[in-house]
Design a protein around this ligand. Structure first.
Ligand code: ZN
Length: 261
């Protein structure tokens, strides 16, 4: 079974900055998709902010097993309607992988419910990622630690809720550390945040980074059919209770009435 991945790219820096365009002539999203497509079990395509509905209409999301999100300069330009649409699909079972500066994406902040803030420095310093959860499927085939020679620093405290699992911890040349690979379950959906991927460096060409993303796609993918009605809140009448039930108190609502939201 092929896992269908949509790599969503903001596609702004690639169009406005020569360094970024030099590393990523086909866009960062294009490079990420290319890396994933090295694996025969994955079929990755791309979508960008500039397309109608940001390239994420309902039908596209319905055909997406795992969505990958890279954004930075234009988080505020992503429409709330599309954000809600993506979140509902995550609740319904779509996998989501949020990359690097996506920590401030509306989609990620809504799913986390916390500020998702961090400290940072752009100095091209060395990042060393340590595998913190041995034998985790996202770390499969990776060494106990690996390095990225030039990266932006992200430092703790990282304003996220306590992760389900911390798969990677990063150390930076300047001395900071960061929870750089963390998992969550939101509704029926698997969510993974992965830190590396500053646009000024060729990080998504790195073999270890590509391996992490391939592993993460397989981990985030759910083989179960997408759920429907995940935001419904049905009012179950007394007569439909599973066991015989006698009504024994006053009530505000009639049978079948919608509740307040
Ligand atoms: Zn960055």
């Amino acid at each position: 079974m092929t896992i269908r991945v949509t790599v969503w790219g903001e596609n702004v820096h690639e169009q406005t900055n020569k360094i970024v365009a030099g590393h990523y002539p086909k866009g960062m999203h294009g490079c990420i998709a290319e890396g994933l497509n090295e694996d025969a079990a994955i079929m990755a395509t791309t979508a960008t902010l500039q397309e109608p509905e940001h390239g994420l209409p309902v039908a596209r999301l319905a055909q997406t097993d795992v969505l990958i999100w890279w954004g930075h300069a234009a988080h505020g330009d992503v429409s709330d309607e599309v954000v809600e649409r993506v979140i509902e699909q995550v609740w319904a079972g779509m996998g989501l992988i949020v990359l690097h500066s996506g920590h401030f994406a509306k989609v990620f902040k809504r799913l986390m419910g916390t500020p998702c803030n961090l400290s940072w420095r752009e100095a091209g310093e060395r990042e060393r990622l340590w595998v913190a959860s041995r034998n985790h499927p996202i770390a499969a085939g990776l060494p106990d630690h690996f390095e990225i020679e030039n990266e932006e620093m992200y430092g703790e405290p990282f304003g996220i809720p306590e992760p389900l699992e911390t798969v990677f911890i990063s150390w930076f040349q300047g001395g900071e550390v960061f929870r750089s690979g963390v998992t969550y379950k939101r509704g029926a959906g698997n969510v993974f945040y992965f830190r590396p991927g500053h646009e000024a460096y060729p990080t998504y060409h790195d073999a270890n980074v590509r391996k992490v993303l391939k592993n993460a796609v397989k981990w985030a993918h759910s083989a179960a059919p997408r759920l429907t009605g995940v935001t419904e809140a049905p009012n179950v009448p007394v007569t439909e209770a599973l066991e015989p039930l006698e009504e024994r108190g006053p009530r505000l609502h009639h049978d079948g009435e919608e509740g307040f939201r």
